[in-house]
Ligand binder design. Structure first.
Ligand code: CP
Ligand code: NVA
Length: 304
């Protein structure tokens, strides 16, 4: 088991490259049934300000399978929605829970919670990062290709939270990562710098050219063009992002053995066509399943 005892995961960068690869190997062992860690009576809190299907359910099932329990603390059912300060909420929940996963907008709110809590705090998605998603993505890619080092992943679309965490994760495991996005929609500049510092020379490419991004890629990845909280600009983004759609023509430009990933939920006909999402190269259902194995590994590691 990876020893991350008591640690937070606010950014993928909170892990060293070795800790990340150890965590992925542990997750693969859990998926194969080689280990069955148990944490009876431990309680996970899910403090979510945004909707979630996969993250909520996969964290919950992972905890239940380890003999633990879960409290679903959507903001609306707590005093969070009535403005209780994060610093107060953190110090109170710290006294009840053993670990907390938080889904919110501002990374600074997550950081403030972690500053005031002594229990492990896990980023279950912010506007800046989605590290738990990338654990599952890397687990899926590793299962497909046997190893990660030297592979190229091309992400097409909005330089959002998923793109930011993919940049860090791919750089940490020795993959090359190409991000193709419209001008003005690039990933966070400081995350790009962090990824460049982690990666080898030439392993990070930010481009507006989708063809250039996919040519050498074994993995194509996309996500919605408007994330949660950006609903009001969704329609105006459609024509801007259309050239970045993952469709059969773009897939044909990638490597012959390329697979397609999407964190889901997907908008068929927008960032990905139904034919690609449902096609032979798609691994999205395995990817979604892997959320549970990866997060079980993470929970077991921080609770150990
Ligand atoms: N991929 C992902 O995080 O899905 P949910 O929003 O359903 O949790
Ligand atoms: N970028 C998307 C991911 C959803 C899992 C969002 O933040 O809405």
């Amino acid at each position: 088991m990876t020893s991350l005892s008591g640690r937070d995961l606010l950014s993928l960068n909170d892990l060293s490259p070795t800790e990340l690869t150890d965590l992925l190997d542990f997750a693969a062992d859990l998926k194969a049934g080689k280990q069955q860690p148990q944490f009876p009576h431990k309680v996970l809190g899910l403090l979510f300000r945004k909707a979630s299907t996969r993250t909520r359910v996969s964290f919950s099932v992972a905890m239940y399978q380890m003999g633990g329990q879960v409290l679903d603390l959507h903001a609306g059912v707590t005093q969070v929605s009535r403005g209780e300060p994060t610093s107060d909420t953190a110090r109170v929940l710290d006294r009840y829970l053993d670990v907390v996963a938080i889904r919110t907008f501002d990374q600074a709110e997550l950081q403030e919670f972690a500053d005031y809590a002594t229990i492990p705090v896990i980023n279950a998605l912010t506007d800046l990062e989605h590290p738990c998603q990338i654990l599952a993505d890397l687990l899926t890619i590793q299962a497909e290709f046997g190893s990660l080092k030297g592979l190229t992943l091309a992400y097409l679309g909005d330089g959002n939270n998923v793109a930011n965490s993919l940049l860090l994760g791919c750089a940490m495991v020795g993959m090359t990562v190409h991000i193709a996005c419209p001008d003005g929609y690039a990933p966070d500049a400081s995350v790009v710098s962090q990824a460049e510092a982690l990666a080898g020379p030439g392993q990070v490419l930010i481009t507006s050219d989708p063809q250039a991004a996919v040519k050498q890629a074994q993995v194509l990845y996309t996500d919605v063009w408007a994330s949660m909280g950006q609903e009001s600009v969704a329609d105006q983004r459609l024509p801007i992002f259309q050239p970045y759609q993952v469709n059969d023509a773009l897939l044909a430009s990638a490597q012959a053995d390329a697979i397609v990933l999407h964190c889901l939920p997907a908008h068929r006909g927008e960032e990905i066509t139904a034919s690609v999402l449902e096609g032979a190269a798609s691994r999205v259902w395995d990817q979604a399943e892997n959320r549970m194995h990866a997060q079980k590994a993470l929970l077991a590691s921080v609770l150990s």
